[in-house]
Write a new protein. Sequence first.
Length: 467
Amino acid sequence: MIERIVIFGASGDLTRRLLMPGLAQLTEQKALPSKLKVVGSATDEWSTEDFRERIRSALAEHAAGVGAEARDRLAGMLDYVPANVTDAKDVRRVIGEHCRNTLVYLALPTALLESVLSALAAAGLGSTDAVAIEKPFGSDLESARHLNELLRTRMPHPTVFRIDHFLSDDLVRQVIALRFGNRVFEPTWNATQVERVDISWMETLALEGRASYYDRAGALKDMVQNHLMEALALVLMAEPARFDANSIRDMRVEALRSVATPSPDWIRRHTVRARYTSGSIGSRKVVSYVDEPGVDPKRNTETYASVTLDVESARWEGVPFTLRSGKAMAADHAEIAVHFRPLGRRVLRHFPGITPNVFRLGLMEPYITLTATTIGDAREGREHELELHTAEPRRTPYANLLLEMLRGDATLFIRGDEAEESWRIIDPVAKAWAAGEVPLQSYPAGGEPPEVSPPRPGSAGSRAARS
């Protein structure tokens, strides 16, 4: 088990808001190794006590549900060493000459990653060590391949955890248990029974001061390429031979390989990009995206992305999968929605009002519902929501991630070939959008985003996506 965590970028927002609160939660649950040490490092010339006080302040704000005793215990585990993470000598000094059982967490901007990996290679990490790399993993397919090659050649021994915190969320993890632990779901999870699948992440948040990152990424790269693609893989994947990290990740990769590479014509017809203009969300006034501080209107960054994909597998052929994400929406709404096919005409004639079943798994809130129909006194169908009760998550996504890294379990992390497959699918869309081949539309903050009709399930058009 990991005995020491070294966090490069320890003065940043990720450490304050997510990593330290996650560690505090694990401290309270007594889930951490008894002798764990956490070393923070950044360019700031702080002492260890300065660092501890800053983390205490961060925990008071972002880990309010964790008791004071656990917060104090975590603060007592902390050390701080100022360093330049791109300097090999500094990196060796922070990590130590003979490190073992060390997790090096790179809480750093992606632009630094290549130079950081070069410096880190000189530290001589071994097979009992690990390196954690935050998303986004690359900015396109070529850069993702390049990063994978760097990791393979410069750090062949330590375990590499490519992080997508979406996979660690308890709500998303339920997909595997629901599908493969219940006979009632798995036999209907195919093109014979399912008409379409929608995976959505809509939020009322606008830019909220994230222009430095978001204006260069946009909704497609910020949410669709990673988070929603991972949810898609969980829906598509076949049952693994074993429920271990290698087998589950094998199935996720195979699922993504079955998704057709979108052709230029497919992209023009079945993708949408848009950004919000000024409007109101409830009582809150929202300025237009282009008027947000730090935004460059010439970048034409989208705040809403919708991409419909075609899957070329025996299980899913002809079923459209639509992934969509947007900011400044009227309401927070995130779910996997599996829409089943309508019943036959004979049943519909006999029982008017019957609607197709819809299975919904909430991604922001813990809900699982199945829209079903019963018959009223007049033999007319009445729609009902059947709810499967679920418990609130015990841990935050980052607490889950950290615990699995400490245990050395890679199930919840992205494999190198998995990252490349996600980019293989999304890269043509990103390039077509950057070239202006799909017009940038608009929607008012708090209003409805534009849409296009997905291909009809089973149509010839739904089988012509691969370029």
